[in-house]
Design a protein around this ligand. Structure first.
Ligand code: NAP
Length: 300
């Protein structure tokens, strides 16, 4: 049995591990994929205090090593359920782990467009990660779907690699920061396709084109492209734990700034928590708060 079990090795979970270890609590981190969470796909983190121009990979690796060096244990297994009690029993497909407190730092996964063929074309023209897959589309024509920071950053990144980039967004105003949108507008090979949705993927083995439909006029246009980068936000990964935590309409775990959930000894930190600002810096802050609250809980 460990004192604190953290589910998720993204910036929130790894920061929580640092705080838990420094308080001399035995700490186990469970991670379904690889450490780092979503930030690992960011080529250049420009807005984290005192770490300008660091890559997501370097940031995540440094953070992971910091937590490991302080004594955090890691198991790369997916937590599928938690049994509550004075001792919490966390089940993965392979094992059951016991802990006195649990921090849910599961983050979020990419939202899908939900159109026919999307799943089968992943790796054949459809991607959710421009920095991972952008290189395959050098000098090709691509599109990015979405209007948030991820979509605009992806389009900026792809504009330097690809021949033409279409930014397809369902509205004519952006969630993305104005400065990013201005930078994108200055790129000559970027075309904005606004008030439009991707309504069809045209493929023969690989993606060949997308059909977009103008929301206002209903007009359909076919854009011949080889790559579609889907960047339409994230879905929080809380489903497996909904018996222990209250979820809001968007599926986020309801908790205030103290990261406490309705279940004593279960805390939530990072992008899967209800909050106003989902950023690297707020994920790290959540990790610190959740671990501090868990340490307090153990002492009570
Ligand atoms: P987001 O801000 O939630 O934006 C998602 C975008 O996708 C929105 O423009 C939304 O349109 C659109 N969308 C959602 N569902 C759609 C659907 N079914 N079909 C078509 N379009 C759809 O997501 P994000 O860009 O991934 O960013 C997530 C968080 O990370 C944000 O807080 C963001 O600021 C942060 N982030 C920050 C940075 C940075 O600071 N450098 C970089 C990346 C991400 P509507 O606008 O019409 O809703």
């Amino acid at each position: 049995m460990v004192d604190i079990l953290i589910i998720g090795a993204g910036p929130a979970g790894l920061t929580a591990a640092i705080y838990a270890c420094r308080a001399e609590k035995s700490t186990l981190v469970l991670e379904a994929k690889s450490y780092g969470g979503q930030i690992i796909n960011t080529p250049d983190i420009a807005n984290y205090p005192v770490a300008p121009n660091i890559s997501g990979f370097e940031f995540a690796t440094t953070l992971y090593n910091q937590a490991k060096d302080l004594g955090a244990q890691f198991k790369f297994e997916k937590a599928v359920s938690i049994e509550d009690g004075e001792v919490k029993r966390v089940h993965t497909a392979q094992n059951t782990y016991e802990a006195r407190a649990v921090i849910l730092a599961t983050g979020a996964e990419n939202r899908k467009l939900g159109i026919e063929g999307e799943d089968t074309l992943v790796g054949k023209g459809v991607s959710y990660c421009a920095t991972c897959d952008g290189n395959f589309f050098r000098k090709k024509d691509v599109a990015v779907a979405g209007g948030g920071n991820t979509a605009v950053e992806d389009a900026l990144y792809l504009a330097d690699l690809a021949n033409t980039v279409y930014l397809i967004h369902r509205r004519d105003s952006f969630r993305a920061d104005a400065a990013l949108v201005s930078r994108l507008k200055a790129k000559e090979n970027v075309h904005f396709v606004l008030n439009s949705n991707v309504t069809k993927l045209v493929a023969e083995g690989r993606l060949q084109a997308v059909e977009v439909t103008d929301k206002n006029t209903g007009e359909k246009t076919t854009l011949p492209i080889q790559g579609l980068f889907v960047a339409v936000g994230q879905v929080p990964e809380n489903e497996n734990f909904k018996s222990l935590v209250e979820l809001d309409a968007g599926g986020y775990a309801v908790a205030g700034e103290n990261c406490r959930t309705k279940t004593p000894g279960v805390f939530v930190a990072g992008d899967n928590r209800t909050k106003e600002v989902r950023q690297l810096v707020t994920a790290a802050a959540d990790g610190a708060v959740a671990a501090t609250e868990a340490i307090r809980f153990l002492g009570s």
